[in-house]
Ligand binder design. Structure first.
Ligand code: BG6
Ligand code: MG
Length: 214
């Protein structure tokens, strides 16, 4: 019996990938190499420092730790200048309706995100009070596909993983959910998220009925 849903944030509840892209691209421009939207796909679900490593690999650069920390800090400041302007209008279609439906049916809700900016984003979207637990990048040491973020979510809700369903847009996130013993709904395309128990294009295609059939 499903008693809770654990949501990834970026790409599931809100589309922050374009803000990450602008900020990473500015850094690549400054360092003198090209960074495309296709490259940006590789950064989805990946932690900030791993994202930087991938970016530098694309640019063929190997930089010392202090320089990398300075670049990551600057990228984050640029990124935060966008998210600090976010409004609830940016919540992806169907997300609010589905969250309300879950609550009306007494299901618990948690966040399981790699982002250290998750709390800022939830606040800007006026979503914080809907969540019974928030596990973000400040609370985990092992990145997806390690299941830590979702296991901590289930633990915070006081539920076994088998009673939780994860919603994820990144392949590593789907793998993390399954590795944690949870069902997973992929948000996006079946080609990328084929391992999930169900794939839908967005939360506007989800309802309690589909959830109960998982
Ligand atoms: C994930 C995003 O949710 O958070 C990644 O999909 C991002 O693209 C990661 O790199 C870390 O985000 P932040 O906000 O801590 O830099
Ligand atoms: Mg995501």
């Amino acid at each position: 019996m499903i008693k809770a849903c654990i949501f990834d944030l970026d790409g599931v509840i809100v589309d922050t990938a374009r803000y990450h892209f602008i900020a990473w691209k500015a850094l690549a421009d400054e360092l003198g190499f090209d960074f495309t939207e296709k490259d940006n796909e590789r950064l989805k679900g990946v932690s900030r420092m791993t994202s930087l490593d991938i970016l530098l690999e694309i640019g063929g650069l190997d930089l010392p730790k202090e320089k990398k920390e300075e670049l990551a800090k600057r990228k984050n400041e640029h990124y935060r200048s966008f998210i600090l302007e976010m409004t609830p209008d940016e919540i992806l279609p169907g997300a609010m309706k589905f969250i309300k439906e879950l609550k009306d049916n007494d299901l618990k809700i948690a966040l399981g995100s790699a982002s250290k900016n998750a709390m800022t984003i939830l606040d800007r979207l006026e979503l914080t009070s809907w969540f019974d637990a928030v596990i973000d990048g400040t609370k985990v040491s092992n990145a997806k596909p390690d299941p830590e973020v979702f296991l901590k979510g289930a633990e915070a809700l006081n539920l076994p993983p088998s009673e939780c369903v994860v919603f994820e847009d990144a392949e590593a996130g789907v793998e993390a959910a399954l590795a944690g013993g949870m069902k997973c709904v992929g948000i996006g395309s079946p080609e990328v998220l084929g391992k999930a128990n169900l794939v839908v294009p967005g939360l506007h295609e989800m309802d309690i009925e589909k959830l109960s059939r998982l």
